[in-house]
Design a protein around this ligand. Structure first.
Ligand SMILES: [Fe+2]
Length: 419
């Protein structure tokens, strides 16, 4: 509510003591006013929702500094009339050591009615997840506050306990005026106020808070790209430089538009021209994507001879693993020719799926990365491990008990796009 012009949050160590609140420290929030039905573009005010009159509201953000690594904290935030939220527990990142996290593709539609079961099932499958990575299209209409309200309600206290790493999809952008096309593509005016993501001065201003890196621990760096940009070159340069400096044992890149498409007749050639060479140059381990409303996992073995040369006993050759996934109810047909068109790159499609909502649990433990894709009923749909020695990697398959490939013709009837 815009009536709250200043507020605060409190944080305390989450010890077993009954009154942790008595030892809490208080931090003032930064407040900004946002017109829910208007956004700024090129210095001009633009109506986002022409048919609605929505109020101005205040967004508040707090930065807690000086926290200890791998430590359980409790925090609460103050709202209208000085009322406090409940205390939420959350654990800070470790300096190193085993962690698990959740990755989800597009939520986008039916977010409260049908996506809620995915995020809740994901939390049940991995209650110790350190963060949730949302690979874009979190909602359908970028600047509709009601859709974001559904997104926050669907995850409820999970969003408050498990930090989010959000990726901007095409549905996080609005076209501000009909007929303006990409020229006037405008990031949702709610994105920055509600997420408060890292600003990297090495990136151009239009992608601040949609392209960023999370250096989570000595074992993991996560690079987030904004694949909506027509010119990906500045992000490619930034990624190249940052991967070169990265000392993390595992490096993951995430963006909305897939390098290798799986939905319908889609294709994102620019990603292969501009981003793929950098992924290969730096031997990126895993690329997590959305957009295509199907499930796809495959491997690129462009440096297939490398592990053999190093004497690593190779089961399956591997450079980089690519995943496209979907967590919401909107579903597309899998590309008829699969990834055959992409065969010249050396990529191989290993597992695919249609007509399902998925979430992924990814664990990192020293030289092993454990990857499982689940359907929303909590059943493992796809499971592999990657083992590393030096720069060599191998894939360990564990697909004995996975269900048959999901296809539109062997699953329940599907109907879109109204959910
Ligand atoms: Fe989407």
């Amino acid at each position: 509510m815009a009536s709250v012009t200043a507020t605060r949050a409190e944080i305390a160590l989450a010890t077993p003591d009954a009154r942790i609140d008595l030892a809490a420290r208080s931090v003032a929030a930064q407040t900004e006013r946002v017109d829910l039905d208007k956004a700024m573009a090129g210095g001009a005010t633009i109506a986002i929702a022409a048919n609605e009159t929505l109020p101005a509201v205040a967004y508040h953000s707090v930065r807690f500094d000086g926290l200890r690594p791998d430590t359980l904290y409790a925090y609460r935030v103050m709202g209208v009339d000085g009322h406090w939220s409940e205390w939420f527990q959350t654990r800070t990142a470790p300096l190193s050591g085993p962690i698990r996290f959740i990755y989800m593709g597009d939520a986008q539609n039916g977010v409260l009615s049908l996506w809620s079961r995915t995020i809740r099932a994901a939390f049940q499958a991995a209650p110790d997840a350190r963060f949730m990575l949302h690979a874009g299209d979190l909602v359908n209409r970028a600047s509709r506050d009601a859709e974001w309200a559904d997104w926050f309600k669907a995850g409820s206290f999970i969003h408050a306990m498990v930090p989010a790493i959000p990726v901007a999809g095409n549905h996080e952008y609005d076209q501000s005026a009909p007929g303006e096309g990409d020229r006037m593509k405008l990031l949702s005016h709610l994105w920055r106020p509600q997420f408060r993501l890292p600003v990297d001065p090495g990136l151009p201003a239009p992608v601040h808070e949609t392209a960023y890196v999370v250096r989570y621990s000595a074992d993991l760096d996560v690079f987030v790209l904004d694949s909506n940009q027509r010119d990906l070159a500045p992000q490619a340069q930034w990624l190249d430089a940052n991967l070169k400096m990265s000392k993390a044992r595992w490096r993951i890149v995430t963006m909305h538009h897939p390098v290798f498409s799986s939905g319908g007749d889609r294709d994102n050639k620019t990603n292969r021209d501009v981003i793929l060479p950098i992924l290969l140059r730096h031997n990126v381990d895993l690329v997590l994507q959305g957009h295509d409303h199907t499930y796809a996992r495959g491997l690129l073995d462009a440096n297939a001879q490398e592990p053999r040369r190093r004497g690593f006993a190779v089961g399956d050759k591997l450079t980089t693993m690519f995943v496209n996934s979907v967590s919401g109810p909107k579903q597309y047909q899998f590309r008829k020719q699969g990834w055959d068109d992409y065969a010249p790159t050396g990529v191989k499609l290993e597992r695919q799926g249609e007509n399902g909502q998925f979430f992924q649990v990814i664990g990192i433990d020293g030289d092993r990365l454990n990857y499982t894709a689940y359907t929303t009923d909590g059943v493992a749909y796809d499971h592999v491990e990657i083992e590393k020695r030096g720069n060599a990697k191998r894939l360990i398959k564990n697909d004995k008990d996975v269900p048959p490939t999901r296809r539109f013709d062997n699953t329940l009837p599907y109907k879109g796009p109204n959910f």
